[in-house]
Design a protein around this ligand. Sequence first.
Ligand code: ZN
Length: 261
Amino acid sequence: MILYMKTQPYHVVRTSKIHGRGVFAARPIRKDIRVLEYTGPIISEKEADEVGISTDKDGHSHTMLFQVSKKRVINGNEGGDARYVNHGCDPNCETEQDGDQIFIKSLRAIKKGEELVYDYHLQVPGKITDKVKKEYACFCGSPKCRGTQIAESILAKQAKKDEKKKKKEEEKNQNKKKKAAEKDLKKKAKASDQADKKKKAKATDKAESKKKVKAGDKTDNKKKNKGKKKADSLSLMVDKKPATSKGKKKDTKKKDKKKKK
Ligand SMILES: [Zn+2]
């Protein structure tokens, strides 16, 4: 019986609702069980680059390369069933490295017939655009699904970058607005300054013209006064008759002088 349990595999490969073929629990699996090994020849990173990524007719890319170290990659394309284990955002399995070996281990108790999934934590170089996310879209169907197989850490980094960029752009825009507002303010200030100057100029013009008018008035008045004085003196001369009396007096004086002589 124990022998039977040992030879009975934990998993079975069949069509998956998530994608293509998937790996399912052939029997109940306890937590922390190395369900299967991710096998395949170990190749260099450079060789892995040459293997590349296959893309299906829907534009979804698949990678069967499992990096075990900086320079060593397991080429799952030539490996066993583990390459069929799909990615899931709320996984029941995880990978465990033991030297150059990679195992797919149960994270919790798994019921018979459940599809085995682990988080690929997919490392994708370059900018993570919506297009790239779509290329590695996830269809795990979990309520926790993030929509892509790309590693959460990478998404977070990209999100941070995007936010930084957005902030920078916002700051730029704000600065632009600020500068524009300042320019506008300066313009307005200049305009109002000019208007003020014009007003002042007008006011001084007015004042000057008023002064001129006043001055004119004064001169007029002076003239008038002069005229008046003249007239007054004239009238005085005409009205009163001191001149005649004076003349008379003079005359009398003259007469007196004459008399004295
Ligand atoms: Zn998902």
